[in-house]
Write a protein that binds this ligand. Structure first.
Ligand SMILES: Cc1cc2nc3c(=O)[nH]c(=O)nc-3n(C[C@H](O)[C@H](O)[C@H](O)COP(=O)(O)OP(=O)(O)OC[C@H]3O[C@@H](n4cnc5c(N)ncnc54)[C@H](O)[C@@H]3O)c2cc1C
Length: 444
């Protein structure tokens, strides 16, 4: 007997390793699915029994079950442009930054995503932009909204590193009168693309899809834990939370009602990752947001990091995404230094290793344990035994460090000290993966 769609959906919704919290189930369910406990596990729950037809429609576009990468790639890019197994379809790759200092300063890295969204709005290519800001009522939580002015877009600039469920906003997208650009993480973008592939009426007005690169996302416990390290016990006293405050690469900055400010350099705040990582990040194989029209990450290279100011690594992918980017470069709105794929990969070798090697090995480990895994329509290439051993050690570390006692212990050590250890580990990882080869990684 075939398993009901509602049961298949529930299985994903209850599994923190599969559900990437894209939010589509809540957005499509007309209030029957909601997110509970956003400060905790942040998983969707069913309010009323789901009609099987609706459950099936949601299941079809749930990116937590996996997405057939080759099929979706063909649908979006029609086999045009270049293809790289690490980065997906691309037209141009390079370092970029906004030539408007206020946008560059507001952004996470070079301010390119915000600048492009503002440009689209000002050119009337779109009438609104889906972005992720911070909630006014609960300033410690993020909240998606449709920005219709450059000021609103800038207010939502900067990466948010705690779980977001952007596609909850689908009913608002459907009601919006006009054309839209959309910003989201890979799982969120994949689901939007699946909806577009099915010509779902909710996304008929989405014209551009952009998004950040994606290493991982953290549970809200990361913020609670960071506060505890500074002897602050109530997260509800947060007045303002930023993850990339100040000059690039920026800092996690928490402003409390009392006026107290907690600030920790980005590279040091990274120590929170193994303690609070959302498990679905470990099984996601998309580092560069492969199904966007254009995506951007940080230009991690000493030459740029030393200069501060903000530099992005940009990949243009679709014809419209590339055209608008070229136009902005020609009009001197943004600066651009082209790079070869090899140069770009060297900059993020640890990220590609994590997603294009590590994730496939972790998926295999999970399969061996008899657990459900996301299906991507791809098979990994062959990795040396040493890489399997390394992954076993990393997975064991994630397992131990995400336990309650380890989290508790981490709160007793000054975050700056833990941060320095983590920064050294990252440098070592980058060096040891700098020579990763591009071939035989993934096979359709
Ligand atoms: C969770 C996460 C993990 C990342 N991991 C990496 C990494 O490992 N390596 C790397 O090089 N870069 C990573 N990035 C991307 C990087 O932090 C910058 O977002 C990127 O360099 C673009 O910078 P920008 O100045 O052009 O963007 P900005 O001008 O700051 O615009 C960012 C846009 O993204 C939207 N946004 C921010 N956070 C989220 C979110 N959580 N969900 C959906 N939309 C969001 C904002 O609303 C805004 O519109 C990550 C980003 C996020 C959000």
């Amino acid at each position: 007997m075939s398993v009901k769609s509602s049961e298949k959906l529930l299985r994903i919704m209850r599994d923190t390793a599969l559900c990437n919290r894209c939010g589509s189930c809540a957005g499509l369910s007309e209030g029957q699915i909601v997110f509970a406990d956003r400060e905790g596990k942040y998983l969707p729950v069913i309010n009323h029994a789901l009609d099987e037809d609706l459950a099936e429609r949601i299941y079809q576009v749930c990116s937590g079950k996996g997405v057939d990468f080759p099929l979706l790639n063909r649908y979006i890019f029609a086999d045009e442009g270049h293809f790289h197994p690490y980065m997906g379809t691309y037209r141009q790759i390079g370092i970029a930054w906004s030539n408007h200092p206020e946008i560059r300063r507001a952004g996470s890295s070079g301010g390119i995503l915000s600048h492009l969204l503002i440009y689209l709005l000002e050119k009337k290519e779109v009438d609104g932009v889906v972005v992720l800001g911070m909630s006014k009522e609960k300033p410690w939580l993020n909240k998606p909204f449709i920005a219709t002015t450059p000021e609103e877009i800038l207010s939502a600039a900067q990466s948010k590193y705690t779980i977001s469920s952007v596609n909850e906003i689908l009913p608002q997208i459907a009601r919006f009168q006009g054309k839209l650009a959309y910003t989201g993480l890979p799982g969120q973008v994949q689901s939007i693309r699946l909806l577009q592939q099915r010509q779902h009426p909710f996304v008929r007005n989405v014209r551009y899809v952009v998004g950040p690169f994606y290493g991982n996302i953290l549970h809200f416990s990361s913020i609670v834990s960071l506060l505890k390290s500074y002897s602050v016990t109530d997260y509800r006293s947060i007045r303002k939370l930023e993850f990339r405050s100040g000059e690039w690469p920026g800092a996690t900055r928490i402003e409390l009602d009392s006026g107290k400010v907690i600030q920790l350099k980005k590279f040091h705040a990274n120590y929170l990752i193994p303690f609070h990582i959302c498990k679905s990040s470990l099984y996601c194989i998309d580092f560069t947001n492969e199904f966007t029209d254009l995506s951007g990450g940080d230009a991690w290279a000493p030459a740029y990091e030393e200069r501060g100011k903000g530099f992005s690594l940009i990949i243009t992918r679709s014809v419209p995404g590339d055209a608008i980017f070229r136009e902005m470069v020609e009009k001197n709105e943004i600066s651009f230094i082209p790079l070869s794929p090899e140069e770009a990969i060297r900059m993020h070798s640890h990220g590609y290793d994590f997603k294009k090697r590590g994730a496939f090995i972790r998926i295999q480990f999970r399969k061996w344990m008899g657990r459900k895994v996301p299906e991507y329509g791809l098979q990994s290439g062959r990795f040396p035994v040493s890489r399997w051993i390394m992954e076993a050690v990393i997975s064991l570390l994630f397992f131990i460090l995400s336990s309650r006692p380890a989290r508790w212990l981490s709160e007793k050590i000054p975050p700056e000290s833990l941060g320095r250890v983590f920064e050294a580990a990252r440098t070592f990882w980058k060096k040891s993966t700098a020579g990763i080869k591009k071939r035989k990684l993934i096979q359709p």
